[in-house]
Design a protein around this ligand. Structure first.
Ligand SMILES: *[C@@H]1O[C@H](CO)[C@@H](O)[C@H](O)[C@H]1NC(C)=O
Ligand SMILES: *[C@@H]1O[C@H](CO)[C@@H](O)[C@H](O)[C@H]1NC(C)=O
Ligand SMILES: *[C@@H]1O[C@H](CO)[C@@H](O)[C@H](O)[C@H]1NC(C)=O
Ligand SMILES: *[C@@H]1O[C@H](CO)[C@@H](O)[C@H](O)[C@H]1NC(C)=O
Ligand SMILES: *[C@@H]1O[C@H](CO)[C@@H](O)[C@H](O)[C@H]1NC(C)=O
Ligand SMILES: *[C@@H]1O[C@H](CO)[C@@H](O)[C@H](O)[C@H]1NC(C)=O
Ligand SMILES: *[C@@H]1O[C@H](CO)[C@@H](O)[C@H](O)[C@H]1NC(C)=O
Ligand SMILES: *[C@@H]1O[C@H](CO)[C@@H](O)[C@H](O)[C@H]1NC(C)=O
Ligand SMILES: *[C@@H]1O[C@H](CO)[C@@H](O)[C@H](O)[C@H]1NC(C)=O
Ligand SMILES: [Cu+2]
Length: 580
């Protein structure tokens, strides 16, 4: 296998690929627009661009390159007063904030400083337009980064807003390999201050990887706690466990009366579905995932794993201390500290009092997403009438352990032979367990593709589905069986995003544009389910993938595989999950 890919890569590298496909840059129409500065009272502005710019076609070219160095390491962590072995990025959970402006180039140098695991980083929601080799999925877009090796991920920030990066290798993100990525850009409503990303997650006292052997035999395990931006308290007062040392703290943010604060919410859990709220405050929602939306007001927000919501909170309550809640929705899973996954908002920085709990909202009884009617993209885009649905039914089988099936097949990848490499080798028939759906456009007009995912398991579990490489248009999302004759499709400016929930015993209909050559994963973002094979990949315009890579990209890709191949035979631990 090694020989084949080396020759394939040599062939590619020498085929005079001098430059990648250029990104859409300034259009002359926009040059005519009057430049307008982004300030607290003009957040829709962005220089020569604005909130009205069609960011799928037009992206600023700032010429700025932002470089970051990240180290993935294995160490004892204490997020909530309990000592355990964890995996961090530069020593923290969440990892360092990666921040850039819309249109910047990013170069992120990732070093695997773990002793016994490969790794990758996936930039969740980033389209990776014409840069599939930096999407960070082992066995799909790259070989894993071997212990001691480094990989420099390079991509252009074609979108703006809030997201997270995380390992896509086994269950590593559940053990801490996750961090915020923020791309500054215009917004659909004004605010004074940006408080940055706020991660909502669940947290285990036993490493997720140690739970895997039992977790895979049944439903997701109940983890001990949840964290807000990497921190929480945990009651060790009656514990005799020597690792329960106590001293965990709540995340605290200070509000100044009269100001408006932007918060960037990210659900980075392995199993948790959150209903976010702040006692005594309503707030305005301005973006879902990387898509700015028409602002709407609410006092609670349902956030599925992988989803992001940007909100603006008006500091207009009576001066005091308030709980901010990542309300655990019990209908979707269990947690040992479900009622106390909280943070604190204070109007007086010197206060140390615990908030009173009088104004808590009632926790939702169901796991669904925000209603589609609330999620109206600001940049309105319609979908062409549907002419051809393709359907994938979700099933389950128990062969040794739980395997989720899409159209009868559970994902199983060979890390050393990623899909992209197979494409370079001109293979057009993929192993069944790679769960490949080919996507080709026959003409420039043949751009849309339509997919139905239907839950036929009878389990009634809601699954957050995440698509790589694209935003999708959410045409329908309902319980019951899909029926093409009767389904009520929303074709006029439907919600557009990169994660949506497949309702238990229901279906989802999505459309997206075949405009990005690559191998793109679609998977359930419940980490246990992804490890249990609930995933497939679209291999889109494979004959154009090589055109998107420079000779440099090709040789970097080859180096990562070559180093992994040298490591693999010595691996202490063998692959024991789907690979993602
Ligand atoms: C794949 O096909 C292309 C175009 O036909 C050719 O140039 C290239 O050498 C082939 N690569 C391999 C590894 O066979
Ligand atoms: C992460 O740690 C490395 C050293 O391991 C350091 O060079 C780098 O600056 C750190 N990165 C950030 C973003 O703090
Ligand atoms: C982390 O360190 C522990 C303790 O030394 C070790 O057992 C484990 O294999 C290490 N994990 C990785 C991923 O290197
Ligand atoms: C990763 O490391 C953990 C120990 O931390 C081990 O249990 C697991 O089997 C390793 N997995 C792989 C695929 O290396
Ligand atoms: C959360 O942590 C990140 C660093 O990972 C920091 O940039 C951000 O400001 C914090 N957000 C809040 C709301 O505390
Ligand atoms: C605070 O602001 C929200 C808008 O975010 C508004 O709905 C609410 O009525 C205001 N509350 C008070 C007490 O002014
Ligand atoms: C949550 O917000 C929605 C509106 O977005 C509202 O209809 C519902 O009553 C709220 N739920 C609770 C428990 O407050
Ligand atoms: C599902 O599997 C069947 C039988 O293997 C096959 O005929 C069909 O094309 C598959 N459907 C899709 C959308 O891949
Ligand atoms: C497929 O669509 C792209 C636009 O995304 C276009 O450039 C390309 O020519 C189309 N392919 C064919 C075969 O028409
Ligand atoms: Cu799932």
């Amino acid at each position: 296998m090694k020989n084949t890919f080396v020759s394939a890569l040599t062939a590619l590298a020498s085929s005079s690929l001098s430059s990648a496909i250029p990104l859409a840059a300034e259009s002359s129409a926009l040059a005519a627009r009057q430049s307008c500065e982004n300030t607290a009272t003009s957040r829709s502005c962005w220089g020569d661009y604005s909130i009205d710019t069609n960011y799928y076609e037009t992206v600023p070219n700032t010429g700025v390159t932002r470089e970051y160095w990240l180290s993935i390491q294995n160490e004892t962590v204490n997020a909530d007063g309990y000592n355990r072995q964890g995996l961090t990025i530069n020593g923290t959970i969440p990892g360092p904030e990666i921040i850039a402006d819309w249109g910047d180039n990013l170069i992120i140098h990732v070093t695997n400083n773990m002793e016994h695991n490969g790794t990758t980083l996936h930039w969740h929601g980033i389209r990776q337009l014409n840069s599939v080799e930096y999407d960070g999925v082992p066995g799909v877009t790259q070989c894993p980064i071997a212990p001691g090796d480094s990989l420099s991920y390079k991509f252009h920030a074609t979108q703006y807003g809030t997201s997270w990066y995380h390992s896509h290798f086994i269950l590593q993100y559940g053990d801490g390999v996750q961090g915020p990525i923020i791309i500054n850009g215009p917004a659909t409503a004004d605010y004074d201050e940006d408080l940055g990303a706020m991660f909502l997650s669940d947290w285990s006292h036993i490493p997720a990887q140690q739970l895997w052997d039992s977790a895979k035999l049944g439903g997701p395990p109940s983890l001990e706690n949840g964290l807000i931006n990497g921190t929480n308290t945990y009651d060790c007062s009656t514990s005799t466990d020597p690792n329960c040392v106590g001293g965990g703290v709540k995340n605290v943010n200070i509000f100044e009366s009269g100001k408006k604060y932007r918060l960037r919410l990210v659900n980075s859990a392995v199993d948790g579905h959150f209903q976010f709220s702040i006692d005594g405050h309503s707030f305005t929602v301005i973006a879902n995932d990387f898509v700015p939306i028409v602002p709407y007001e609410t006092d609670n927000l349902s956030i599925s794993i992988g989803q992001r919501y940007d909100i603006i909170v008006d500091a207009n309550a009576t001066v005091g201390d308030y709980w901010l809640r990542a309300g655990w929705v019990l209908a979707c899973g269990q947690n040992g500290n479900a009622d106390e996954i909280t943070a604190i908002i204070r109007y007086d920085a010197s206060s140390t009092a615990d908030p009173t709990t009088t104004s808590a909202i009632t926790t939702a009884a169901t796991c669904g997403d925000e209603p589609a009617a609330s999620l109206v993209p600001h940049l309105a885009m319609n979908v062409e009438a549907v002419n051809n649905f393709q359907q994938l039914d979700l099933g389950v089988s128990f062969v040794g352990y739980t395997h989720w099936l899409l159209n009868g097949s559970s994902l199983l990848l060979d890390w050393a032979d990623p899909t992209t490499l197979k494409v370079f080798n001109n293979e057009s028939i993929f192993p069944t367990e790679y769960n490949v759906q080919p996507l080709e456009n026959t003409s420039a007009e043949d751009i849309w593709t339509y997919w139905v995912i239907e839950d036929d398991t009878g389990f009634g579990i809601t699954h957050p589905l995440h698509l790589h490489g694209h935003d999708f248009w959410l045409l329908a999302q309902d319980t019951g069986m899909f029926n093409a004759a009767t389904v009520d499709l929303k074709l006029v400016n439907p919600p557009r995003r990169d994660v949506a929930s497949l309702p238990g015993n229901g279906y989802i209909v999505m459309a997206f544009k075949k405009d990005n050559p690559g191998s793109w994963l679609m998977h359930c973002h419940i980490a246990w389910h992804a490890s249990e094979g609930f995933a497939m990949q679209f291999v889109e315009s494979p004959s154009h993938i090589a055109d998107t890579m420079t000779a440099d990209d090709v040789s970097i890709f080859g180096d990562t595989c070559a180093t992994w191949d040298q490591y693999d035979p010595l691996a202490v631990f063998q692959q024991d999950d789907s690979g993602i």
